[in-house]
Design a protein around this ligand. Structure first.
Ligand SMILES: [Zn+2]
Length: 309
């Protein structure tokens, strides 16, 4: 039995995972109110203890503990170095978990874990060259080349959201201009929807947003499109064009067997995937939505023992 831990800025998910990568039991604990590294450590360790007790496991049944963590990671030493939305300051999670539960433990970046989960047990299982694109507030990436996760120097590889696609574009949170995520993330899409709807308050899109207190979410545009709203269709087409530019860059650099689209918006399925497939045309790279949804990170963390670095 393996334990997988998926740490995020709002919650941490902890699950018991069997050798076929099925989650047998899982628990979620809130991390958003954490103020110190000690508090965060306690939530993770006590949470894992509670899970193990509830799942009825004894120490000897635990073969491995894997953890995915946002921000900067030292994968060799298993230390979480720093993160934007969590009080992390050099927390040696791998050692803490290994000492507490008497099993080997590994730590990796959360986006890498999600990519690894899909590779080991999800949509990209069996393919050796895969790039996972996670669309959300930003755009995250996990790159698998020849069956191995690409970490790069100091684990900084895979920042695909920060490839520049428009040198005259908008300023990105990273400081540069025109990064992919400034135009192609889910947040960029909802911002554009809110912006354009101001000028068309009587359109279907305008009314949907007004009914939602002036805000759009990941679904607003798709609802308006399903009701034949022309403005929604036009915003969507522009957004697909921005996504396509980055996808072609990924294809030209890595020529993967598959690009996996993950993040909440991937639930839109063929509405999203079909135009992307059309955009990459005759290229043999497949475009698929992730199959494990929000569990990819937890399953990938539990599968880190299969990773040969
Ligand atoms: Zn950037």
């Amino acid at each position: 039995m393996k334990i997988g831990i998926d740490l995020g800025g709002t919650n941490v998910d902890i699950g018991a995972v069997d050798d076929s990568y099925r989650i047998l039991h899982s628990l979620q604990f809130r991390t958003a109110d954490c103020r110190t590294p000690e508090e965060l450590q306690t939530i993770v360790l006590d949470g894992a203890r509670k899970l193990i007790a509830e799942a009825g496991l004894d120490g000897e049944q635990i073969d491995f503990i894997g953890m995915g963590c946002p921000g900067e990671i030292d994968t060799e030493k298993g230390i979480a170095l720093a993160a934007d939305n969590l009080p992390i300051d050099r927390i040696p999670f791998a050692k803490l978990l290994s000492d507490a539960f008497g099993a080997p433990a590994k730590l990796d970046n959360d986006a890498n874990c999600a990519a690894w989960g899909e590779h080991m047990a999800g949509v990209s299982k069996g393919y050796r060259n895969v790039v996972t694109v996670t669309l959300g507030t930003g755009i995250g990436g996990g790159i698998i080349v020849d069956g191995k996760l690409l970490h790069g120097k100091e684990n900084h590889a895979g920042e695909i959201g920060h490839m520049v696609i428009d040198i005259h574009g908008k300023r990105c949170g990273c400081g540069r201009i025109g990064c992919w995520e400034t135009v192609a993330s889910t947040r960029a899409l909802t911002r554009e929807v809110e912006h354009q709807a101001q000028y068309a308050p009587n359109s279907r899109l305008g009314k949907l947003i007004a009914a939602n207190g002036g805000r759009a979410n990941g679904k607003t545009l798709f609802i308006a499109m399903s009701e034949e709203d022309n403005m929604a269709r036009s915003i969507f087409n522009d957004w697909i064009r921005s996504l396509e530019v980055g996808m072609w860059n990924i294809i030209n650099i890595f020529r993967p067997d598959m690009i996996v689209i993950s993040g909440g918006i991937s639930k839109e399925g063929e509405t999203l995937l079909q135009p992307l497939r059309a955009a990459v045309g005759k290229c043999s790279t497949m475009i698929r939505a992730g199959r494990l949804g929000g569990q990819a990170g937890l399953i990938g963390a539990a599968a880190l023992d299969e990773l040969s670095i």
